[in-house]
Each structure stands twice: as structure tokens, then as C-alpha cells.
Design a protein around this ligand. Structure first.
Ligand code: CO
Length: 153
């Protein structure tokens, strides 16, 4: 009887963990200006289950560098807007985390962080359901390599 209860409790725990994980994803920002997953694989897309209302992307800057040298953030925007957002971000500069303040093309963004720091961005899935959306780092020049697709399915 006790053994049976332990199995049932264990099953319930694993189901709840899988459910929580499905509406979030954890990234590492590296010193090679890449997003990698916690297993070290390059991340060029994140699949978001359409059942999620909100989605959270967490990110740890795994470099040892200050944010002024190797800052990373996570910005959510339309693929077609990335170039213009990055261009205006370059003008805004590091003091503004390389983002134009209140840029209406940005769906959501995390803080810019330096080595050893963690941050996250949460956004409504309804905001990215139609059109091609991406996540990228707005640090000067990082949007080329630190960029991936958001796919709702
Ligand atoms: Co970066």
C-alpha cells in the first residue's frame, strides 16, 4: 500500500514539473555571443506550446565579463524589426541597455546583464501568435549571432 502511494506521488510530481517547464525556457548567454541551452546546445529556436498563455525565457550570462563588455539580454520582437531596433539601440547606447526607451516595436525585453547575473522576460503568447517573431540580444552587434525564432505550435 505504501509502495503504491509513493509511485502515485512520484508520478504527480513529474507531471507537474513537465507542465511548468513547457511555458518557460532557460538560456545561457556565452562569451562567444551565443544563446545555448543548459546542456550546451546552440539555441536557434524555441517552440512555445500554443496552450501557454504566457511564456517566460530565463537567461544567465555565463561569461565572466562586465555588462559593458559582454552584456546579454533577451528582446522579443518581429524578425523584420530587429535591424531597426538594433540600429536605434546602438544610438541609445549602453546606458540604455542598447534599446531605445519605450520602443514600440519591442514586445518585451529583459534587463541587460553581465557575467554571473540572471534575468528573464515574460510575454503574452497572444502577442506573437501571428507573424515571425524572434528573441535576440540588443547589445551592440550581438543581434547577428544571439538570435532565434519563436515558434508557437
Ligand atoms: Co549579448
Amino acid at each position: 500500500m505504501i509502495k503504491k502511494m509513493i509511485i502515485v506521488v512520484g508520478l504527480a510530481l513529474s507531471i507537474s514539473a513537465a507542465w511548468a517547464d513547457s511555458c518557460s525556457f532557460e538560456l545561457h548567454g556565452t562569451d562567444a555571443r551565443e544563446y545555448r541551452d543548459l546542456q550546451g546546445n546552440l539555441v536557434k529556436q524555441i517552440v512555445i506550446p500554443s496552450s501557454c498563455t504566457e511564456f517566460k525565457i530565463g537567461m544567465k550570462n555565463v561569461t565572466k565579463m562586465h555588462k559593458n563588455l559582454m552584456g546579454h539580454n533577451v528582446v522579443i520582437a518581429k524578425a523584420d524589426d530587429v535591424k531597426a531596433i538594433a540600429k536605434d539601440g546602438a544610438i541609445a547606447g549602453i546606458s540604455k541597455d542598447y534599446l531605445k526607451p519605450n520602443d514600440s516595436r519591442v514586445v518585451a525585453h529583459s534587463k541587460m546583464i553581465g557575467g554571473g547575473e540572471v534575468t528573464s522576460v515574460t510575454f503574452p503568447v497572444s502577442a506573437i501568435r501571428s507573424g515571425d517573431y524572434v528573441f535576440f540580444c540588443s547589445f551592440l552587434g550581438h543581434e547577428v549571432r544571439m538570435r532565434g525564432k519563436l515558434i508557437v505550435q
